[in-house]
Design a protein around this ligand. Structure first.
Ligand code: SF4
Length: 347
C-alpha cells in the first residue's frame, strides 16, 4: 500500500493559495492549511469598522478558503516573533515598510516547523515567479527555500514548471506534469484556472495581504517609531495605525481622530488607555491623544478636535478632555479653521 502523503499549505485567503491547494488536493494528497497572523493583516480586524465597508462580506478569507476547499486551517499568531522580521529585515524593505522577502522566508519557516512537528511531508504556497517585485522573483524564490530551511520540500504548484524539480516531484508524491507554469504579473491564468475549478467568489485584495505594503500605513508606522524612544510596538499600537486620521501638531503628541461613527465606537475601546477628547456642545468624533499634553497643548488639541465635529463653523465649541485618571476638564474653544491646520500635521 502506498503511503498517504500530507502537505501543509500557506493560506493567505487570496486566490493563488486557494488554487495551489486545490491542485495538490486533486493529486490525492491530504492537505491542511496554515495561516500566519502577524498583526498587520488586512483582514480579521479593522476591515469591518467603517460604514463604507458595511456592504462587504465580513469574513476571514483564510477561513473561508479553507471551508470552500474542505480542509482544516491552523491559524498561528506570531505577533511577538514577527517583530524581529519587521525591525531588522536582512533583505530590507520593499516600496513601503514591507519586508516581503524576509517575511516570506519567516512564514515558510513557520510552516516547515509545523510540518516537522505534525509529521507532514511537504509545504505548498501560491507563489508565482515574477508576480511580486521582491519575494516572487526567479532569483529570490530559492532564497526563501534556503533561509526557511524548507529547501526542496517547498513546492509552488502554480509555477513549478518554471522552477527546479522539488522532492515531492522527484519522489513521485505529486505528478510534475499536472502542475503549472504560471509566471509574471498577469492574473489571467489564475482566473481561468479558478473558472475551471468552479471558484467564482474569491478575494483579490488590491493592496496585497498586509498593511505594510500601504504607503499611508507605513508613513504612520515610521512616524510612530521616530517619536518614541524605541521601535518596539504592541498589537494595540499597530491596530490603531489602521484607524482614523492621525495628526501630529507637536513632536511630543499625536491625535487620532475617528473619521466616522464606526471608528468612534472602535476607539471607545481605548478610552481607558489614552487621554481623549469629545465635544459636549456638538456632535463630533472621539479623539485619542498619543503622547503627553501641557496646558498649551490641551488648548491646541481641543481646537483641532473641534474642527472635525459639527461645531467646526461655530464661534465656540465646548470640548471635554478626560485624563487617564478619569478626571475631565471642560474647555470652551474656537475651532481651528481648515487653513490653520498645516498639511504636514497629517501623518
Ligand atoms: S505583503 Fe506583507 S504579509 Fe505579504 S510577504 Fe509582504 S510583508 Fe509579508
Amino acid at each position: 500500500m502506498s503511503t498517504q502523503r500530507k502537505a501543509i499549505s500557506l493560506i493567505s485567503g487570496g486566490l493563488d493559495s486557494m488554487l495551489s491547494t486545490r491542485v495538490i488536493m486533486d493529486q490525492g494528497i491530504h492537505v491542511e492549511g496554515i495561516n500566519i497572523f502577524t498583526g498587520f493583516c488586512v483582514e480579521g480586524h479593522t476591515h469591518a469598522i467603517r460604514k463604507k465597508d458595511r456592504q462587504k462580506p465580513k469574513r476571514n478569507n483564510a477561513l473561508w478558503v479553507a471551508e470552500q476547499l474542505g480542509i482544516k486551517l491552523h491559524i498561528i499568531e506570531v505577533i511577538e516573533e514577527y517583530k524581529q522580521v519587521l525591525l531588522n529585515p536582512g533583505h530590507g524593505y520593499g516600496q513601503n515598510m514591507n519586508p516581503c522577502l524576509d517575511c516570506k522566508g519567516f512564514m515558510v519557516r513557520k510552516a516547515y516547523e509545523w510540518m516537522q512537528e505534525h509529521g507532514f511531508d511537504f509545504i505548498i504556497t501560491g507563489e508565482v515567479v515574477g508576480q511580486r517585485p521582491m519575494s516572487q522573483r526567479r532569483d529570490t524564490m530559492p532564497v526563501i527555500q534556503r533561509e526557511s530551511g524548507a529547501g526542496d520540500l517547498l513546492l509552488r504548484p502554480l509555477s513549478a514548471l518554471n522552477l527546479p524539480e522539488t522532492r515531492p516531484e522527484r519522489e513521485g508524491w505529486v505528478q510534475r506534469e499536472a502542475l503549472y507554469d504560471f509566471s509574471g504579473r498577469t492574473r489571467k491564468p489564475q482566473i481561468e484556472l479558478a473558472a475551471k475549478f468552479g471558484f467564482d467568489d474569491y478575494s483579490q485584495p488590491a493592496g496585497g495581504c498586509c498593511f505594510l505594503t500601504d504607503k499611508s500605513y507605513s508613513d504612520k508606522l515610521v512616524d510612530m517609531w521616530a517619536h518614541r524612544s524605541s521601535r518596539d510596538y504592541e498589537l494595540d499600537d499597530i491596530m490603531l495605525l489602521k484607524v482614523g486620521r492621525h495628526l501630529r501638531p507637536r513632536p511630543h503628541f499625536k491625535l487620532i481622530v475617528a473619521r466616522e461613527e464606526g471608528e468612534t465606537r472602535f476607539l471607545e475601546g481605548y478610552r481607558k488607555q489614552f487621554v481623549h477628547l469629545l465635544s459636549t456642545s456638538h456632535s463630533g468624533p472621539l479623539v485619542l491623544v498619543d503622547g503627553e499634553l501641557n496646558e498649551d497643548d490641551r488648548l491646541l488639541a481641543a481646537q483641532i478636535s473641534a474642527r472635525f465635529g459639527q461645531g467646526r463653523d461655530a464661534a465656540e465649541v465646548e470640548m471635554e478632555i478626560t485624563d487617564l485618571d478619569g478626571r475631565a476638564q471642560r474647555l470652551m474653544v474656537e475651532p481651528l479653521r481648515a487653513d490653520e491646520i498645516p498639511q504636514d500635521w497629517y501623518v
